[in-house]
Structures are given as structure tokens and as C-alpha cells.
Write a protein that binds this ligand. Structure first.
Ligand SMILES: O=C(O)CCC(=O)C(=O)O
Ligand SMILES: [Fe+2]
Length: 333
């Protein structure tokens, strides 16, 4: 079935999020790769959300990053505000509770976060790497707090998640009937942003306009999300307007598509609205890593996703300009 035929018969009124086992991701046998790509294609065309198991990010890498996040978020607000993300050109650093607003109908997100992008572990902290020279409107170095082990443990998680993402791009390419290396020359510079998030618990009656993270789509190609086990918070909206729980399942990560893939594929791949609210009574932590194409790459619809009946739906822009515009809308309110 062609991509456009598949898009026409998509099950966008899903009620479950599929689980895809990546244990064979390194097996080069074409049949194995094709079978994996088929599962990914179905999930991307239907809902743009799936869980992965055997994803290769070790429990130790996750646990170490989590400990560092907890230490960091327990610092006094004034200390965290020294790295206020609105002081950096591209919102690197800290955002306080209610300083971001992901849903234009909301009045602020009930979480705090810390964001950074690629940097080599042995570089001077916050140095601008040579591979960042073509970032255009997204140019700008990382900033780091003075918390022992924080930078190292977060960068270690970053490298592991970027490694997973680099292995996923060929599968997404196959899922789009493209050569597996289609995204290689578009993902040379790890245009991946990682955010660590802390959601304080919300007790009693909750104002729907002030939840953990308001309804939104992500900006990049796909997000690799670790969410804290045991706390249900994340929900995904289907085309009937129902919110489907993305229950955290031990040993899994969530992969969800963002707007860059919707643009590459003229909405054949779905960038689906999601939100999170923490009503558990406990603190909740999560780690999204947003992986896009390099910031200087044009987001042009691929040929198999355009036809006379389905003309291009988006104006062509660079990945960097798109991400920058969305970041400004999220933090600049
Ligand atoms: O914390 C979560 O589960 C979701 C976070 C999210 O959607 C985001 O940061 O874009
Ligand atoms: Fe998101």
C-alpha cells in the first residue's frame, strides 16, 4: 500500500499505544529491518506515538541522570534562576514553574525544567562545538549549574538517547519508502535538545488551564521520552477528542513524533497533541529528548507524501527557524 493510501485508511481514533520491541534493531537482515519499519510505519501513520522496549539506554544511565535532576531541582529558586532560560538566545538553562505555556488556551505549565543541547563531555562546559556553526537562528551555547556530576550524568543520558535516535532515523526512512540513509546528511550535528522536567504534585481541584504541561505538539522529528514509573500523567489525544493514557511501563520509553516529521511527510506521519498533569500526590520527573534534523536543513515534503489531492500543507522553512519560533511562543508569553 502506498503511503498516501495508508494515510487515508489510518486508525486515528486509536485507544491504545502500541509497543515496539527494538531487540533486533542491530540485525542488518533486510527482512528483519523491513518488519520493524512496518510496525513503525503503522504507528506513525495512525497516531505518532509508540513505546519501545529493548531501547539500549541502561537503567544505570537513567538512574544517575534522575539523581542529578532531583539534586538540581531541590536547589533554592534564586540559585536556579541564575540560569534563567530567557537570558540565553535559545532558551537553554532553567525555566521556573509557570514560566512556560505550551497550550495557548492555558495560563502556564505546572513544571520546572532545564534544557541543553549537544556538547562534548571533554569540552570546556558551555563551549561552542565546531559542529554547531551552522545552527543559524538556533545558535547558542549551553549553560550549566555548579552541581557536581550534573553535567556529566545528563550528557551521558543525552549521548545514549541520541545514539538511539540515530538508529531510529533509518527505520523512519524505510517506513517512508526512502533509502535508509535518507536522513544521514540531514542529521550530522545532533540537533537534539534535552530537557529534564520536574512536575510538583497538584492536589485538590485543578484549574484545567494550569496543568503540568498543557496540550501541545512537539517541534522536532521525534521525541524520546523517559517518564517516571508508577505515576500516570501523560495523555495523548485521538481524533475523537478522547485523551488516552500513556501509562509509564517499566523498561519502556515513549517515542512520539513532532511537527518536523509532520512537515517532512505532509501530515502522513502524525504529530499528535499530548499533555501531562501530575495528580499523584508525589513529585514526578521526566526526560524528553527532542531530535530534529540539523537546524540549517529545509523541511520539504518528501515526494511520496504529496499528490494533486494532497498538495503541500506547510510552507517550507528551516528546521532551526521552526524550532526557534515554537520556543519563542512557549517561553515568550
Ligand atoms: O513529561 C511528559 O510526560 C511529557 C513532556 C512533554 O510532552 C514535552 O516536554 O514536550
Ligand atoms: Fe511534548
Amino acid at each position: 500500500m502506498s503511503l498516501l493510501e495508508a494515510a487515508r485508511s489510518a486508525n486515528t481514533a486509536f485507544s491504545e499505544i502500541p509497543i515496539i520491541d527494538l531487540k533486533d534493531i542491530g540485525d542488518p537482515t533486510p527482512d528483519v529491518q523491513r518488519a520493524l519499519a512496518k510496525q513503525i510505519r503503522d504507528a506513525c501513520i495512525d497516531l505518532g506515538f509508540f513505546y519501545v522496549t529493548n531501547h539500549g539506554i541502561s537503567e544505570e544511565t537513567i538512574a544517575t541522570a534522575l539523581e542529578s535532576m532531583k539534586t538540581y531541582f531541590s536547589l533554592p529558586l534564586e540559585t536556579k534562576m541564575e540560569l534563567d532560560n530567557t537570558k540565553t538566545p535559545n532558551f537553554k538553562g532553567y525555566n521556573a514553574v509557570l514560566s512556560s505555556n505550551n497550550d495557548p488556551a492555558g495560563t502556564g505549565d505546572m513544571h520546572e525544567g532545564f534544557e541543553f543541547g549537544w556538547e562534548a563531555l571533554d569540552d570546556t562546559p558551555g563551549a561552542l562545538d565546531a559542529c554547531r556553526m551552522n545552527d543559524g537562528s538556533m545558535a547558542g551555547a549551553n549553560v550549566w549549574p555548579d552541581v557536581p556530576g550534573f553535567r556529566k550524568s545528563l550528557l551521558n543520558y543525552y549521548y545514549a538517547a541520541v545514539g538511539l535516535g540515530k538508529n531510529l532515523f533509518p527505520l523512519f526512512a524505510r517506513a517512508l519508502d526512502l533509502a535508509p540513509d535518507f536522513f544521514d546528511d540531514k542529521t550530522r550535528n545532533s540537533a537534539a535538545l534535552m530537557r529534564v522536567l520536574h512536575y510538583p504534585p497538584q492536589r485538590g481541584p485543578v484549574d484545567e488551564r494550569v496543568i503540568g504541561i498543557g496540550a501541545h505538539t512537539d517541534f522536532e522529528c521525534f521525541t524520546i521520552l523517559w517518564q517516571q514509573p508508577g505515576i500516570q500523567a501523560l495523555q495523548v489525544r485521538n481524533t475523537n477528542g478522547e485523551w488516552i493514557d500513556a501509562t509509564p511501563t517499566p523498561g519502556t520509553l515513549v517515542i512520539n513524533l513532532g511537527d518536523q516529521f509532520a512537515r517532512w511527510t505532509n501530515d502522513v506521519f502524525k504529530s499528535t497533541v499530548h499533555r501531562a498533569a501530575n495528580r499523584s500526590g508525589e513529585r514526578r520527573y521526566s526526560i524528553p529528548l527532542f531530535f530534529g534534523t540539523d537546524y540549517d536543513v529545509l523541511l520539504e515534503p518528501i515526494a511520496g507524501c504529496v499528490s494533486d489531492e494532497r498538495p503541500p500543507r506547510y510552507e517550507v522553512t528551516t528546521a532551526g527557524d521552526y524550532v526557534k519560533m515554537r520556543l519563542q511562543a512557549t517561553y515568550g508569553h
